[in-house]
Design a protein. Structure first.
Length: 176
């Protein structure tokens, strides 16, 4: 009887997790960040919006309600779950939902997250020459990143931006 009660408890936890978070791999619930069950790629991971418009749904199918529409091509998003052809994504504000995988691109972008303008520098050095000033919300293609700086291309300019001013790169993630 005790073994059956324990099994029932596990089932209740699994059902609760499915309802609260949508369909996710059992491994994610048990161990935290893992490998996506559909792509075998790490979760969470960053991608960008391929289309200029993408419906964000409450669940992973066309029958689920559209909560809102992303309307900014190249916007960085973070994939936090996978289910079939659907990816659960969050934006820089932590808002998210389910988007069809065809609306996403593996091209990496980052968005400037600051109260004011952020200097783009010729080299990854705070004393290096300023090549541009980036306003909050500017999106750029992400290049290499070291622990403190990322190289981006935005608005026809190329340069280095302090990593803390950007959203779209994982904490501790290095890029060559």
């Amino acid at each position: 009887m005790k073994a059956m009660a324990h099994g029932l408890r596990v089932l209740v936890v699994a059902v609760w997790a499915m309802g609260a978070f949508g369909p996710v791999a059992a491994q994610e619930i048990a161990t935290g960040p893992a490998i996506g069950p559909e792509t075998n790629l790490p979760l969470p991971r960053f991608v960008s919006l391929r289309a200029s418009e993408a419906n964000v749904r409450r669940g992973p199918s066309l029958s689920h309600r559209i909560d809102w529409v992303f309307k900014r091509r190249d916007m960085p998003l973070q994939i936090v779950a996978e289910y079939g052809h659907w990816r659960r994504v969050i934006d820089r504000d932590g808002q998210g939902g389910w988007v069809h995988f065809r609306m996403l691109s593996g091209a990496r972008t980052a968005i400037v997250m600051s109260e004011g303008e952020v200097p783009m520098r010729a080299r990854p050095d705070p004393a290096a020459m300023e090549t541009a000033l980036l306003e909050p919300g500017v999106i750029g293609r992400l290049g290499e990143c070291d622990p403190d700086w990322c190289r981006i291309v935005a608005g026809g300019f190329r340069g280095w931006v302090q990593r803390g001013s950007l959203w779209g790169i994982g904490e501790g993630e290095l890029r060559d």
